[in-house]
Design a protein around this ligand. Structure first.
Ligand code: 5RP
Length: 232
């Protein structure tokens, strides 16, 4: 196992310390979350009773294979804990997510969770968001004018390609524009501007949603809670 895979494994293992019997979990997407799902599956087979809402079709299939009981938002209206990965994490625990294309369901699941735990290897910790191109999910109908509007915000949008030579389609059937911004000085302000564009379904900026980051490095993990805002 290489160092990065080991770091992912350590973060995933540590996240399960926060899982309690009877919890309803948000099940993240991506390679780090996949390790967590495999470990969670082992615990379920040993008798842990939890249920989960997956954030992507890929995670749904993996969770099903692992024997993790699944529920939908027709059955539960909020979750105890979500465990998910990230593409970038800044010191305020703002995130870029969506490298795997699951940002819409991931954000819904995170927003409906009492607590959001992010698991990542050390490469994901950055002083500022933006080196990783920000995924923006847009309706197919108007993707070209939407790409132009995003370029006016200072991005260089690129339509995400799929594996079959056609554009990548999200689980909800939308396109993704990967928007290189270089450095996002004010994630909350950019998120508000993106939220206001008709046709933008969602974007990978997660501001104020993550409560705790578990970062795997070397042979251990660091656990970092989101800094609280100073009262004025
Ligand atoms: C998927 C995501 C993933 O959480 C993110 O891409 C991190 O993935 P990995 O753990 O494979 O680096 O946001 O939409």
């Amino acid at each position: 196992m290489n160092q990065i895979d080991r770091a992912k494994q350590l973060a995933a293992e540590r996240s399960l310390d926060d899982v309690r019997d009877g919890m309803c979990l948000g099940l993240g997407s991506g390679s780090t979350a996949a390790i967590m799902l495999e470990l969670l599956g082992q615990r379920v087979r040993q008798g842990l009773r939890v249920c989960g809402v997956p954030t992507s079709e890929a995670s749904r299939q993996l969770a099903q294979r692992e024997g993790i009981p699944l529920v939908t938002f027709d059955e539960v209206t909020n979750l105890d804990l979500t465990i998910d990965g990230a593409d970038e994490v800044d010191p305020q625990l703002n995130l870029i997510k969506g490298g795997g294309g699951a940002l819409l369901r991931e954000k819904i699941v995170a927003s409906l969770s009492r607590r959001v735990l992010i698991i990542a290897d050390v490469r994901k910790q950055v002083p500022y968001l933006g080196a990783f191109p920000l995924p923006v999910e847009v309706v197919r109908f108007a993707w070209k004018p939407l790409a132009e509007r995003l370029a006016q915000l200072g991005a260089s949008p690129a339509l995400r390609p799929g594996s079959d030579g056609r554009p990548y389609l999200t689980d909800e059937g939308n396109f993704i524009l990967d928007c290189a911004f270089d450095r996002i000085a004010d994630p909350a302000a950019l998120a508000a501007r993106l939220d206001a564009i008709p046709g933008v379904v969602d974007h990978g900026l997660f501001v104020g949603l993550a409560d705790t980051l578990i970062v795997g490095r070397g042979e251990g993990t660091d656990v970092i809670d989101r800094p609280r805002r100073q009262a004025i």
